[in-house]
Design a protein around this ligand. Structure first.
Ligand SMILES: Nc1ncnc2c1ncn2[C@@H]1O[C@H](COP(=O)(O)OP(=O)(O)OP(=O)(O)O)[C@@H](O)[C@H]1O
Ligand SMILES: O=C(O)[C@H](O)[C@@H](O)[C@H](O)[C@H](O)CO
Length: 238
């Protein structure tokens, strides 16, 4: 279900302002944008005058609170020299207040946040980056579908979800162990109530078992990302 006022970016241009979105996104750049992949901002210029590498990737690290999204996203961004967007920084203050008070977000609370994240990732790629890593719980299928609008008009843009999979018990332990976070352990159950784990039909999803130690999880995620890029490159060279 797309809401009636969802602006859809066409070739990287926003159709209009998005409620709840800051004028300049608080994305974090980790490393040397794009150049590590042999792609500079001058490599290709699209018909819109937009400077862009030939193939671009959005890597969306997803899953419920405490599954390790930030841990994995930071590692991928550092390893692959891509910018990193922390999705939680795009929540409007009202959402943070709700979650801090132990009140789960609704679909309406999340909707503009999702479109803001989608547009922020496109803007980051428009700056000449070949990839961007983004964290976003994306708990439900329809939330993932909001992000799936991103490549509609940009054939060289590849969207990938990295779903971090672990049981409620494990995530409860991890959230209980961490300090100074607005998302309390009392919210973990509601995250699992909302969760619609990706189905096999969602073929753009890489699933990672995060019940394992963090170093194994990060290595697995990096391997799967490199393998996916390799597969796309091989397909295109045929
Ligand atoms: N594989 C792992 N094994 C054990 N601990 C982990 C693992 N991955 C992350 N952690 C720890 O679990 C906690 C949550 O991790 P992290 O902040 O990366 O999750 P998150 O999904 O980004 O959380 P949130 O969305 O609630 O901000 C942190 O204290 C982190 O150090
Ligand atoms: O959709 C949601 O309910 C939210 O995005 C949460 O998942 C939190 O922001 C995040 O996990 C921080 O703990």
């Amino acid at each position: 279900m797309l809401s009636y006022n969802t602006p859809i970016p066409v070739n990287g241009q926003n159709a209009g302002p998005t409620a709840g979105m800051s004028a300049r996104p608080p994305f974090k750049t980790v490393g040397n944008n794009g150049s590590a992949n042999g792609v500079s901002s001058n490599d290709a210029v699209s018909g819109t005058g937009r400077h862009a590498p030939e193939e671009q990737h959005i890597w969306l690290v997803t899953g419920p609170a405490g599954c390790g999204k930030s841990t994995v996203a930071r590692y991928l961004a550092e390893s692959l020299h891509w910018p990193y967007i922390e999705g939680d920084e795009f929540h409007p203050p009202a959402n943070i207040e709700k979650m801090s008070a132990g009140i789960p977000l609704t679909d309406a609370d999340r909707w503009d946040w999702l479109t803001a994240l989608r547009e922020a990732s496109i803007r980051t790629l428009d700056q000449g980056n070949s990839g961007v890593v983004l964290t976003c719980s994306a708990l439900k299928r329809k939330y993932r579908d909001v992000i799936r609008v991103a490549p509609y008009f940009t054939p060289n843009l590849h969207l990938h979800f990295i779903y971090l999979d672990a049981s409620e018990e494990i995530l409860l332990q991890r959230v209980l162990a961490r300090q100074n976070h607005y998302m309390g352990a009392n919210m973990v159950h509601s995250q699992f109530e909302a969760l619609e784990p990706p189905t096999p039909a969602e073929t753009d999803v890489i699933r990672i078992d995060v019940s394992r130690p963090a170093d194994m999880v990060m290595a697995d995620a990096l391997n799967q990302v490199l393998h996916t890029i390799d597969g796309i490159q091989k397909d295109q060279s045929q």
